[in-house]
Structures are given as structure tokens and as C-alpha cells.
Design a protein around this ligand. Structure first.
Ligand code: HEC
Length: 137
């Protein structure tokens, strides 16, 4: 009986910790390309920009086809925490990167590119900072 109580309490602690860390992620992103505020913690975007959504999948399929550790394509190793949220936004807003300019992103639709941006923004290396603010209201 006592053991069961300990297990149940343990699960509740783990669950609330998970919920807390998920909620600490930013919920809104200003997209400079489309000049819109994207609610990335709601509805379809909530799903698509999480670790199992289109944003994550396309990042792995396309970007990570080159940007792996020790690749032979001359691409620096990249993963979601390589930049902070603002850093990723700049990458996708300016798009002055060699691999974008040479057409390596062209297999992605514009919608998919924006979802990759949403995913990276949401899971970037500063997203667990409690002082981090959403970029638009
Ligand atoms: C066909 C291979 C390829 C694909 C696909 C690719 N990249 Fe690249 N990327 C490169 C290479 C090579 C460089 C380095 C170019 C240079 O420094 O001249 C680079 C550079 C970059 C840089 C600059 C990194 C730095 O530290 O200077 C970023 C950011 C980047 N890529 C992001 C992406 C994203 C995001 C995607 C997916 C949407 C992507 N790349 C897809 C090959 C690729």
C-alpha cells in the first residue's frame, strides 16, 4: 500500500514537472516573412511545431541530411539548440545562408519552411528561461 502511494506521488511530481517545462516554452512567434503573429502553442500549430510535428520532421529530413556531426558536405553541425529563439528567427527572416541561396531548401514548401522555423524557435536553447518573452502579442 505504502509503495503504491510513493509511486503515485512520484508520477504526479514527474507529470507536473513535464507540464511546467512544456508551458515554459514560448507560445507566440512574430514571423517577419509573413508579418504575422503565430500562435505556436494552440491548435494545429501546437501539434505541428512540437517534437512529432511537421516542423521537426522536415528539419530532420532536409536540414539534418547535411547538418549532422562530422558530415562530408562542409555543413556545420546544427541541432535545435544551436541558436536561441531570436537567432533562429534571424536565420529564417534574412535567409542569406549559402545553403538557402544554392537551392538546398527548395524541396520544402514555404509553409514547411515556416513550420521548421516555428519548431526551432519553440525549442531553441533559451526557451526554458523563465524571463524569455513571446515576440508578439
Ligand atoms: C545540401 C546540404 C544542406 C542542406 C539540405 C541544408 N544546409 Fe544549411 N548549410 C550547408 C552548408 C554546406 C553550409 C555552410 C556554407 C558555408 O559556410 O559556406 C550551411 C550553412 C548553414 C547555416 C549557417 C551556419 C553557420 O554557422 O554559419 C545555417 C544556419 C544553416 N545552414 C541552416 C540550414 C537549415 C535551417 C536547413 C534546412 C531548412 C539547411 N541549412 C539545409 C548545407 C546544407
Amino acid at each position: 500500500m505504502r509503495k503504491t502511494v510513493v509511486i503515485v506521488v512520484g508520477c504526479l511530481v514527474a507529470l507536473s514537472w513535464t507540464i511546467h517545462s512544456v508551458q515554459a516554452r514560448p507560445g507566440k512567434r512574430y514571423d517577419a516573412k509573413t508579418k504575422t503573429c503565430r500562435m505556436i502553442d494552440q491548435g494545429r500549430l501546437d501539434w505541428e511545431t512540437d517534437h512529432w510535428g511537421t516542423g521537426a520532421r522536415k528539419f530532420k529530413e532536409v536540414c539534418k541530411s547535411c547538418h549532422t556531426r562530422d558530415n562530408d558536405k562542409g555543413a556545420p553541425f546544427l541541432y535545435m539548440e544551436s541558436y536561441g529563439s531570436e537567432g533562429w528567427n534571424r536565420v529564417f527572416a534574412e535567409r542569406k545562408i549559402a545553403c538557402k541561396l544554392d537551392g538546398s531548401w527548395d524541396v520544402l514548401s514555404e509553409d514547411e519552411i515556416i513550420l521548421v522555423n516555428d519548431y526551432l524557435y519553440r525549442n531553441a536553447n533559451d526557451t526554458y528561461d523563465p524571463n524569455d518573452a513571446d515576440t508578439c502579442g
